[in-house]
Design a protein around this ligand. Structure first.
Ligand SMILES: NC(=O)c1ccc[n+]([C@@H]2O[C@H](COP(=O)([O-])OP(=O)(O)OC[C@H]3O[C@@H](n4cnc5c(N)ncnc54)[C@H](O)[C@@H]3O)[C@@H](O)[C@H]2O)c1
Length: 325
């Protein structure tokens, strides 16, 4: 399969490495001349260009990978779909739900793949969490919360919600398999005016489940964690752990018949299921190529739309709270 990639920055380099190993990497594109030169030395078999149009004009290219800055995603993805190419686009694929709806509509009409780069959905640890929920191992899921905190990397162009929240949100929506009925965000821009460094989000789902996200690059803890509280068990995915990525706790509320409505708690074993060591990015790239080969299901794009729609709601709430403060 012939693949072309736009965007050769920090993350783009990881995608290039994988697609070069998994497919025929034909084109590399970046407006920055020095990037193009650097990559042409490392990947001499790929053609290079500084213009996206030149790359798209090659009829032999089947799939385009987009790893450019977020505000460029929608326009580039749209152009590539309209040129008849399958598209892998880094997260988030658009900054407005209407834009993502448009990308999905073009892909559906032309039977093309448009897949957002929601990396964590391919993480074997997150897959295990989903499996535990779907098999009923945790009982009814009551609430989920995500912690994505660290000191840095301090960004100036996108706030903590868009930069960090997109990861946790894609996981939370996928785990509960529903979109929120209510979405609130509170946050504060301490360093760069208009760019929130710390954001707290609250989501309520039609099923009654609730979720929370703490997103911050002003924090003493480096945390990459998702906690799922079920009625029978509780589970934690912790990406900072080397070996115990997922931990299941035999902890739950308990209402014995003899205590007449008084709630007690039950605690038991704590165990860590084995999680394969596969690189999530490799699994994500393989998934994209499989969709291109076998035909799109549009599931990934619809999940991406739910993420953008919720991000947009959270951003509106964040702005409204700021305006009234
Ligand atoms: N999945 C993940 O875990 C993860 C991690 C980091 C970044 N990302 C995503 O990857 C994307 C890129 O992030 P980055 O950190 O590599 O940024 P970066 O700034 O390091 O690289 C972006 C590159 O895109 C190039 N570019 C800009 N406009 C272009 C255009 N029109 N055509 C082709 N190239 C263009 C720039 O010159 C630059 O080289 C972002 O969407 C980001 O959200 C994802």
């Amino acid at each position: 399969m012939r693949v072309a990639q736009a965007g050769l920055g920090y993350w783009g380099a990881n995608l290039v490495r994988n697609f070069d190993e998994l497919a025929q990497l034909d084109w590399l594109c970046d407006p920055a001349e020095e990037q193009v030169e650097r990559f042409s030395r490392r990947y001499p078999h790929a053609r290079v260009t500084t213009t996206f149009d030149e790359m798209l004009a090659d009829d032999g290219v089947e799939a385009v990978v987009i790893a450019t800055p977020v505000p460029t995603h929608y326009a580039l993805a749209k152009q590539a779909l309209e040129a008849g190419k399958h598209v892998f686009v880094e997260k988030p694929p658009a900054m407005r739900a209407t834009e993502m709806e448009e990308l999905l509509a073009i892909a559906e009409e032309r039977d093309l793949v448009v897949m957002p780069g929601h990396l964590l959905l391919y993480h074997p640890g997150v897959r295990k969490l989903k499996d535990l929920i779907d098999r009923g191992e945790l009982g009814d899921v009551l609430c989920i919360y995500g912690n994505r905190q660290n000191l840095g990397k301090i960004r100036k162009d996108e706030n903590a919600l868009w930069s960090l929240g997109v990861h946790d949100l894609s996981v939370i929506l996928w785990l509960v398999d529903e979109e929120p009925a209510e979405a609130w965000a509170h946050g504060k821009a301490f360093l760069t005016p208009g760019v929130e460094d710390v954001v707290f989000c609250y989501l309520r789902f039609p099923s009654g489940r609730i979720a929370h996200m703490h997103l911050s690059w002003l924090d003493p803890h480096k945390m990459r964690r998702i906690t799922v509280v079920g009625r029978s068990r509780m589970a934690v995915f912790d990406d900072m752990e080397l070996e115990r990525k997922v931990t299941v706790y035999e902890k739950a509320p308990w209402e014995p018949a003899t205590t007449y409505g008084e709630w007690l708690t039950r605690t038991g074993d704590i165990f860590s299921p084995k999680i394969p060591n596969d690189e999530p990015l490799r699994l994500e790239c393989e998934h994209f190529l499989r969709l291109v080969r076998e035909g799109p299901t549009h599931v990934e794009a619809r999940d991406g739309l739910a993420v953008v729609r919720t991000l947009e709601q959270l951003q509106e709430s964040l702005a409204a709270v700021q305006a009234s403060a």
